[in-house]
Design a binder for this molecule. Structure first.
Ligand SMILES: [Zn+2]
Length: 238
């Protein structure tokens, strides 16, 4: 089995500053660090990486960043700060209610809407708590695997999965179950900073399309998963 524990001193990457909404992402291929641009970077613009992880809520991020003596003023922090402490605390409370066992679907959808409403519009980055909310809804649909084969139910799972990807800041271009197929069903102007979470749901969509007998769209979603997260190729290799 490969040993995934890594440590090392990389002189040049060590100079890269932090942003919670960074313009690049780091991937390790063995002892080589590869930076991937996550969006168009202008000549002379500073490269940024996240030190705090993209899944940390504002208050946790602030704590982690204190360790690095970083006071971040990125777009995401500005939006989260502007939301106020009360709203930031409300989000995990709603999620806790959604995670109560046997919460019926209509109530889950109501809570998901409340969660969505806590984010100002427009909101220019991923909405981590909303993503978690969609996960609860989708898991509830999957409790009955037959749902994938019932067109009306499959449509609902599909819409919820699109919502989840949008919460991860992945712009979905797919028109829905009966729309025209696209070569790549997500926008490519910004690489989604979604890690393997985003990939796994692209693969779920691939499976959903296969269940509906739509192999072209299944291939397109598989391609979307591998495009958005190159590390999947490393995991496939191992
Ligand atoms: Zn920030």
């Amino acid at each position: 089995m490969p040993d995934y524990r890594l440590s090392g001193l990389y002189i040049l990457p060590a100079l890269i500053n932090h942003s919670c909404a960074p313009n690049s992402e780091r991937t390790n291929f063995g002892d080589v660090i590869v930076l991937r641009a996550m969006k168009a970077i202008k000549e002379g613009e500073e490269l940024t990486l996240t030190y705090a992880g993209h899944d940390a809520a504002y208050d946790l991020r602030t704590q982690i960043l204190e360790h690095y003596q970083v006071k971040c003023d990125c777009d995401l922090c500005a939006q989260d700060h502007a939301s106020g402490r009360e709203v930031r605390q409300r989000r995990p409370q709603i999620l806790e209610q959604m995670n109560q066992p046997k919460t019926p679907m209509p109530r889950l959808m109501q809570l998901l809407k409340q969660l969505s409403d806590t984010y100002p519009s427009p909101y220019s980055s991923h909405k981590w708590d909303l993503y978690q909310g969609y996960k609860v809804v989708i898991a509830d649909y999957y409790r009955n695997p037959q749902n994938l084969f019932i067109p009306a139910q499959r449509k609902k799972v599909l819409e919820a999965t699109f919502g989840l990807l949008e919460a991860l800041n992945i712009r979905v271009l797919d028109d829905g179950i009966d729309g025209r197929p696209r070569r790549l069903p997500i926008a490519t102007d910004i690489v989604p900073y979604a890690g393997l979470q985003g990939v796994s749901y692209c693969i779920e969509l691939c499976m959903m399309m296969l269940a509906g007998g739509n192999t072209d769209r299944a291939k397109a979603w598989l391609k979307a998963g591998t495009w958005s997260e190159p590390r999947i190729l490393v995991f496939c290799y191992y």
